[in-house]
Design a protein around this ligand. Structure first.
Ligand SMILES: [Zn+2]
Length: 80
């Protein structure tokens, strides 16, 4: 939203472009990282949020709490 880079120092808010209450998915395509201040501005001014291109810059690795466990029991059934 602004020209300041989102870092761990500035902090961020997860913004859903399509709100979850309106059926928006919880995947990365629907999520945008915003500064806490910018996030407030988006909602107070009803701004639209651009593409979530900052995601890769902000995250160095997966956030443990954000990822649902996708591990479904896959058993290795082979001979022997
Ligand atoms: Zn900002």
């Amino acid at each position: 939203m602004c020209n300041t880079k989102i870092t761990r120092i500035t902090g961020w808010r997860l913004h859903y472009r399509v709100p979850r209450v309106k059926g928006g998915p919880a995947n990365a395509d629907n999520r945008v990282l915003l500064h806490p201040e910018c996030h407030d501005r988006v909602h107070s001014l009803h701004l639209s949020v651009p593409e979530p291109r900052l995601l890769k810059e902000a995250f160095e690795g997966p956030e443990p709490n954000e990822y649902e466990s996708l591990t479904s029991g896959s058993e290795r059934a082979g001979p022997q």
